[in-house]
Each structure stands twice: as structure tokens, then as C-alpha cells.
Design a protein around this ligand. Structure first.
Ligand code: UDP
Length: 469
């Protein structure tokens, strides 16, 4: 079983980006709570992120990333800080340099299993060298993982005549339509690159590894969970929403970076608001908005006449001038809107009874956190696999309204204030809220004893115990 005591010991090795690190931390907590020894492997600067485990014992092992040798800027050990396409590809490719140090750690600690990020396809062979199973963690939904396989297999995007002509995802439940404009730039690349090869290997590793751990719950996407397992034939366990393992305010407040607002101050502000009266606006850990887009968003917010908490990744500059904010905006919004500059305690906010809606970029963690909190969403996808997640929210689950973003992009621009105002008003009066609330209850039941995710986590632990006698 790897560890001396006969206890199951799992090594978790996430990609160095908040969208991967945060759910890994939750996953490790979930396993640890079931008596499994959990160790997270990460780069030096990410260690503080894992320091607040509140009584749950999780080990951290440091792995050093030779960024400069990999052609990246000194100190670059985090994908959130690279913004260009070229750099993020370079970063992910460079993580292959971690193979040797990972092998050293496996040699030394002899864990029973390795849960490694989808972006580390080489980890399957590394685990095999040590005779242990490798599980894949992709950090997204059954829906989006399956749709990407469909696109890779059938290439429907190559059979349309323009970037805006919709196509249906083939051999996939639910007549889901997309356009070429909504696909990631790397999916559209015609020539084979090192990065496209890596992605192919990553998708292949879902089939060739021991199986896939999915942060989702069965009742959320049964047709797609079945499709993934039965049609694609991938062995998978759903164990989410993993964020629900954070029960008290402190756990909910301290996920990812240090929050830029004191949790008590935030709760105090929310406590002055009526039940279901505040909209929370946040676009994940890597938003990149043009100043004019931020300005339009502020105008849309004001026009919607809603109370809000808006998370902006910009700090005030020395002159305290903010060209992206309409003149006098904060004074006019006093008491009505709260701007958090930096990092927000997202789960704490979403779970507050005053919050009634979520404007989101449809990152999978945010999506699932919104689902778990039972709030309807305004969807504003930008990059990664967010346009797939938007389809799940708006077309399948019908718990969200789209702001109308049509273009996959690394710098967000072009959404007009009227579209923002319309979606924010509509979300409050539509049927989405009731459906979202019901789904939130299902999410909670899924992780409770006897629930679908609770049982699947048990099944996974059992399978690993049998595999590693
Ligand atoms: N998050 C947070 N505060 C912020 C921004 C993000 O706590 O101000 C957390 C959020 O709760 C989620 C993660 O960061 O767990 C973002 O992951 P997601 O998959 O939604 O988006 P990504 O950052 O990968 O685009």
C-alpha cells in the first residue's frame, strides 16, 4: 500500500494555476477526511495556499520548477501569471521538466497512487515505473470533457463555412450548438505544434490511466456522465462539488489567495442587505479585461439598479485615478455596490443568503460553486473551456442567462452595457432562480452520506485499496 502503516497514501500533483490548485486542496481534504494520507506536490510559492487546512492533516512536498532553463521569466512558476498564448503553451510544455523531481519524490515516499493533472500526460508512465495507478484530474465537467472528445473525433468545426455558422456537437446528447468563434485558439490551429501534441496526449491519458476523478455530481449532468463512461468508455469517479467540504466561514474565506477584504467586513456589508438582493460579479483567477470593457461593465451595473459585489483584478494606482471607472461611480454606488480590488472570498460570498445571482466567466470551479450555492447565473465566457460550460448552464440546466459573448478571447472587450443591464435584470425575474435553488439542494445531498458523490468517493477509495493491497 505504499506507506509503512498500511494506510492508503495519495500524491496529488496539480497544474500550478488557481483553477487547479484550489479544487485539488479540497479534494485532498476530502480524501484525508476518509482516513487516506494526502500529500500535495507543488512549487515553492504555492505552499502558503495549502497552509490553512484547519485541523485536517495534509502533507506538502515542494517540487522546483526550472523556469529560466525552460525559457520562462525568472520566478515564473504559476500559469495564472502568464497571459500570452505563447507563454502559457511554453509553461505547460515546460512542466515536463518536473518528471525527474517527481520520480525522486515517488522513490522516496512510495505513495499508493498518483492523482496528476490532465496537463501532465507523462505522469501515467512515471506512476507505472513505480507500479502505482495514476488518476487524471482535469478540473472540468463531464459535459466539457466529453464535448472536447467529440470535437477531436469528428471535427465538426472543419465542416462549416464561416466562424459564426453554428454546428451541432456530433454524437453527443442534447443537440448542443457551438460556433468556431467560441472554440479555443489551440483547437482551431491547423498545424501540429508541441502544444497540440501535448493536448492530444492529455486526452489519450484519460483512456490509458487508471481513471479520471471529476469534480461534479451525477444529478447535475447524468446524460454526460453516462456518455463519458459508457459511450467514450472512460473509467471515472465523480466526487463533487468538492468546494462543499468547506463548512465554516474561515474555510470558505481562505481558498486560494489571501482575500483582499477582511471576511468580517465582507459579511458585515452583506448582513446589511435584504435576503436575495445582491449580485456577485467575478471572473475567476485570470481575467483580462480592456479598460473600455470595465467601463462598460460599470455602466451596465449602474443602469441595472441592482446591489452588487464586483471583484476587479486592478489595484488603485499611485494617483488613485482609475480611467476604467466612470467618474463618481463609487460615490454614487456607496452602500449599494462593493468593489473588491484583488481576491474575493468567493464561496463565503456566494453562500450568503443576501446573494441572489452570480455573473461568472463560467470557469468550472466558479460554475460549480454557483450551482452549490443555488444561485442563478449571468454567463460571460471568455477562454479555456468556458463556452462549453456556458452551454451546460444555459441550454441544459437552464439556470443562467447569457450576456451574449460570442468570441473566445484572451482580452475581453466588446460587450455593451445594455447587454449587461438586460441580463442582470432578467436573471432576477426568470425561472432560472427556482431551478438553481433545486440544483443547489441536489448538490448538497450528493456529498452527504449516501449521496452520489459521497458513494463514488467511497467506491474509488475501495477500488484503490483493492488495487494496492
Ligand atoms: N476565486 C476566489 N476569489 C476570487 C477569484 C476566484 O476565491 O477573487 C476562486 C473561485 O472560488 C474558484 C477559483 O478561484 O474556486 C477559480 O476557478 P475557476 O475554474 O472558476 O476559474 P479560473 O480561474 O480557472 O479561470
Amino acid at each position: 500500500m505504499g506507506s509503512n502503516s498500511g494506510q492508503l497514501h495519495i500524491f496529488f500533483f496539480p497544474l500550478m494555476g488557481h483553477g487547479h490548485l484550489i479544487p485539488t486542496m479540497d479534494m485532498a481534504k476530502l480524501f484525508a477526511a476518509r482516513g487516506v494520507k494526502a500529500t500535495i506536490i507543488t512549487t515553492p510559492r504555492k505552499v502558503p495556499l495549502f497552509s490553512k487546512t484547519h485541523g485536517i492533516n495534509i502533507d506538502i512536498q515542494i517540487i522546483k520548477f526550472p523556469a529560466v532553463e525552460a525559457g520562462l521569466p525568472e520566478g515564473c512558476e504559476n500559469i495564472d501569471s502568464v497571459t500570452s498564448l505563447d507563454m502559457s503553451h511554453k509553461f505547460i510544455k515546460a512542466t515536463k521538466m518536473l518528471q525527474q523531481p517527481l520520480e525522486q519524490l515517488l522513490e522516496e515516499y512510495q505513495p499508493s497512487c498518483l492523482v496528476a493533472d490532465l496537463f501532465f500526460p507523462w505522469a501515467t508512465d512515471v506512476a507505472a515505473k513505480f507500479g502505482i495507478p495514476r488518476l487524471v484530474f482535469g478540473g472540468t465537467s463531464f459535459f466539457s470533457q466529453s464535448s472536447q472528445h467529440s470535437l477531436q473525433l469528428y471535427e465538426p468545426h472543419k465542416k462549416v463555412f464561416s466562424d459564426s455558422e453554428p454546428f451541432v456537437i456530433p454524437s453527443f446528447p442534447g443537440e448542443i450548438k457551438l460556433t468556431r468563434m467560441q472554440l479555443p485558439d489551440f483547437t482551431l490551429q491547423e498545424v501540429e505544434t508541441d502544444f497540440s501534441k501535448l493536448l492530444e496526449e492529455a486526452m489519450e491519458s484519460e483512456f490509458t490511466s487508471y481513471g479520471v476523478v471529476v469534480n461534479s455530481f451525477y444529478e447535475l449532468e447524468p446524460a454526460y456522465a453516462d456518455h463519458y463512461r459508457k459511450v467514450l468508455g472512460i473509467k471515472a469517479w465523480h466526487i463533487g462539488p468538492v468546494s462543499l467540504c468547506n463548512k465554516d466561514a474561515e474555510d470558505k474565506a481562505q481558498r486560494g489567495k489571501e482575500a483582499s477584504i477582511d471576511e468580517h467586513e465582507c459579511l458585515k456589508w452583506l448582513s446589511t442587505k435584504k435576503l436575495n438582493s445582491v449580485i456577485y460579479i467575478c471572473f475567476g483567477s485570470m481575467p483580462n479585461f480592456s479598460d473600455s470593457q470595465l467601463f462598460e461593465l460599470a455602466m451596465g451595473l449602474e443602469a441595472s439598479e441592482q446591489q452588487f459585489i464586483w471583484v476587479v483584478r486592478k489595484g488603485k494606482n499611485e494617483k488613485e485615478e482609475e480611467d476604467w471607472l466612470p467618474k463618481g461611480f463609487e460615490e454614487r454606488m456607496e452602500g449599494k455596490g462593493l468593489i473588491i480590488r484583488g481576491w474575493a472570498p468567493q464561496v463565503l460570498i456566494l453562500d450568503h443568503e443576501a446573494v441572489e445571482g452570480f455573473v461568472t466567466h463560467c470557469g468550472w470551479n466558479s460554475t460549480l460553486e454557483g450551482v452549490a450555492s443555488g444561485v442563478p447565473m449571468v454567463t460571460w465566457p471568455m477562454a479555456s473551456e468556458q463556452f462549453y460550460n456556458e452551454k451546460l448552464i444555459t441550454q441544459v440546466l437552464k439556470i443562467g442567462i447569457s450576456v451574449g459573448a460570442q468570441q473566445w478571447t484572451r482580452v475581453v472587450d466588446g460587450i455593451k452595457r445594455e447587454a449587461i443591464e438586460r441580463a442582470m435584470r432578467q436573471i432576477l425575474v426568470g425561472e432560472e432562480a427556482a431551478r438553481a435553488k433545486a440544483l443547489g439542494e441536489m448538490a448538497r445531498r450528493a456529498v452527504e452520506e449516501g449521496g452520489s458523490s459521497y458513494s463514488d468517493l467511497n467506491a474509488l477509495i475501495e477500488a484503490l485499496r483493492l488495487h494496492c493491497p
